[in-house]
Design a protein around this ligand. Structure first.
Ligand SMILES: [Zn+2]
Length: 207
């Protein structure tokens, strides 16, 4: 069933095919890229796959950071832009000024402009404001999105490679999908284009 009205938000070339939020070309790329077990892929075949999941999990999450954390700096800048656009209700008890200042400090921290000590203090203080004592690993809350910006590498080492998947899990509201997609294209146009243009996306290329 072809939905002629809706262009694929990933490649912006072909129409999406329901129940997927992406076109058949992007769908096939995802299918050949991942090491699927039958149950997992069966679910996608039945219910379709969202464009936002393709961007977060199968395109941007595959990109490795380097020792200088340049990729991570870009992720944090992306998050700062997102924080400006997201409903501030997601970060209860904090003023808009506190939220924006914190996001700005996180960018400074990852650019080496403030010390780890200062970052830790700001993180602890924002945790108090948001009333968040520990990071729950199994049950993301929107307020985690903000706190994650200042988390040093040691604290989330095991999920370093799952960054986008995890931050999207904090704010999965469907009404935000358009914002996520717009921001992904704004901040990572070359990475998305590289994936779209690559005709050899298979499991052997992943390693
Ligand atoms: Zn597409």
């Amino acid at each position: 069933m072809e939905n002629v009205d809706k262009i694929c938000p990933i490649c912006r070339k072909h129409s999406i095919t329901l129940p997927n939020g992406v076109c058949p070309v992007c769908y096939d790329k995802v299918k050949t890229q991942a090491d699927w077990n039958t149950t997992e892929w069966g679910k996608i075949e039945n219910h379709g796959i969202d464009a936002i999941i393709v961007l977060a999990k199968y395109i941007l999450d595959e990109i490795e950071d380097d020792d200088q954390h340049q990729w991570h700096q870009r992720r944090i800048c992306f998050m700062q832009d997102m924080v400006e656009h997201l409903d501030k209700q997601y970060f209860p008890n904090a003023t808009i000024q506190q939220i924006n200042d914190f996001a700005h400090s996180a960018v400074d921290f990852w650019k080496g402009k403030i010390t780890s000590q200062e970052a830790t203090e700001q993180l602890q203080s924002m945790r108090k404001v948001l009333q968040k004592d520990i990071m729950k690993l199994s049950d993301w809350e929107p307020k985690d999105f903000l706190l994650w910006m200042m988390m040093p590498k040691d604290d989330f080492d095991w999920m370093w490679d799952q960054w986008f998947e995890c931050i999207h899990a904090c704010i999965p509201d469907k009404c935000n999908d358009e914002l996520w997609i717009r921001m992904f294209h704004k901040h990572f146009p070359n990475e998305i284009k590289a994936w779209v243009d690559n005709n050899n996306n298979d499991a052997t290329n992943k390693a």
